[in-house]
Design a binder for this molecule. Structure first.
Ligand SMILES: Nc1ncnc2c1ncn2[C@@H]1O[C@H](COP(=O)(O)OP(=O)(O)OP(=O)(O)O)[C@@H](O)[C@H]1O
Ligand SMILES: [Mg+2]
Length: 312
């Protein structure tokens, strides 16, 4: 079973009655890597993750995790995955520590190693102070961290994180990112769903964009951005007279201008050649630049363009 892919999804289809919510989703996640499944509300992210984690039957397609078939070997699949969902699996009446130890025992850790592992996770997830309070007294963010901690008690090789940072404040989000980075550095294979482009950009090795139950794009953040297009050169001037002169001179290549910030924008294809050409044009006309910047397209640009296209 020595394949380099920890997760393989081939042509996954799922309908509810007449409504088809997954229309043939296919992608792979390399062992030890992280893929972000990115898409707007209702795209089919949770449905995909629930199907992969044996929680939801599907109509057709082939799903394998660590070489095990999800349909015919669900027990084996469950033994290699950890899942944190949008609905938490925490016992409200138990304390954070008790929740962790209980799940540890369920995973057949000895009580000693369950205790040890619980201590480690409470520390990693910044829950030491709250460890001995019942979970029902936790805030939303604390509960989410406990939920993630619980799913990691047995250090599964494959983990699904369904929107792990939704609803977290910026500080908790950064803490969660750190935890995810740590998991990744330990060689865990991670499939993360998110609506945040920035999160996908920061954390994931590859991004799969899904919309209306279909994969609409796939690649590294860099590849996706380069698909969309060009870098932009932004030039800012000191005063309106210089700005106007530059605008006139560069009129044929301008893609934008803003007379409040005295900035013009030029789309560039070849960074070196185009920038050089613009600068020498300005220099020949003795026009001074106050500042300049090369802007790369953002994932937001990519996402908007992709999801727009879909609707037209
Ligand atoms: N039990 C169900 N019965 C009918 N339709 C469902 C059911 N569960 C999900 N759906 C529909 O399937 C589609 C995909 O839902 P899913 O929860 O996978 O989206 P998502 O990408 O996770 O969205 P979100 O970002 O809001 O979590 C939605 O249109 C949803 O309404
Ligand atoms: Mg969801």
């Amino acid at each position: 079973m020595a394949t380099s892919d920890a997760i393989v999804i081939k042509n996954l289809k799922k309908s509810y009655g007449k409504t088809s919510v997954l229309k043939g989703v296919s992608f792979r996640v390399k062992r030890g890597s992280m893929v972000a499944l990115l898409g707007p509300n209702g795209a089919g992210k949770t449905t995909t993750v629930r199907a992969l984690s044996t929680l939801l039957g599907y109509d057709s397609g082939t799903l394998t995790i660590d070489g095990y078939d999800v349909k015919t070997q669900p027990d084996e699949v469950r033994s290699v995955i950890g899942l944190t969902g949008q609905s938490a699996a925490v016992d409200e009446l138990l304390t954070g520590r008790e929740n962790l130890e209980m799940v540890g025992l369920l995973y057949r850790l000895t009580s000693r190693s369950a205790r040890q592992r619980a201590d480690e996770l409470l520390h990693d997830f910044d829950l030491v102070d709250a460890a001995d309070r019942p979970a029902k007294t936790y805030s939303g963010g604390m509960r989410r961290r406990l939920d993630l901690a619980v799913s990691l008690i047995a250090t599964p090789p494959v983990i699904f994180l369904d929107e792990p940072t939704t609803g977290l404040d910026p500080r908790s989000r950064l803490a969660m990112w750190k935890i995810i980075e740590k998991l990744k550095s330990q060689g865990t294979t991670i499939l993360l769903t998110t609506q945040y482009l920035e999160e996908a950009d920061q954390l994931a090795d590859r991004i799969v964009v899904i919309d209306h139950g279909k994969v609409i794009a796939e690649g590294t953040a860099k590849e996706l951005k380069s698909k969309i297009g060009n870098d932009r050169l932004e030039l800012t001037f000191d005063d309106i007279a210089t700005y106007d002169a530059a605008k006139k001179l560069l009129v044929s290549s301008l893609t934008g201008d803003d007379d409040k910030s005295l900035t013009v924008t030029i789309k560039i294809n070849d960074t070196n050649a185009d920038v050089r050409q613009v600068l020498s044009k300005l220099s020949r006309a003795k026009i001074n630049i106050a500042s300049m910047a090369i802007q790369k397209p953002t994932l937001d640009d990519v996402f908007l363009q992709l999801t727009d296209k879909k609707d037209s």
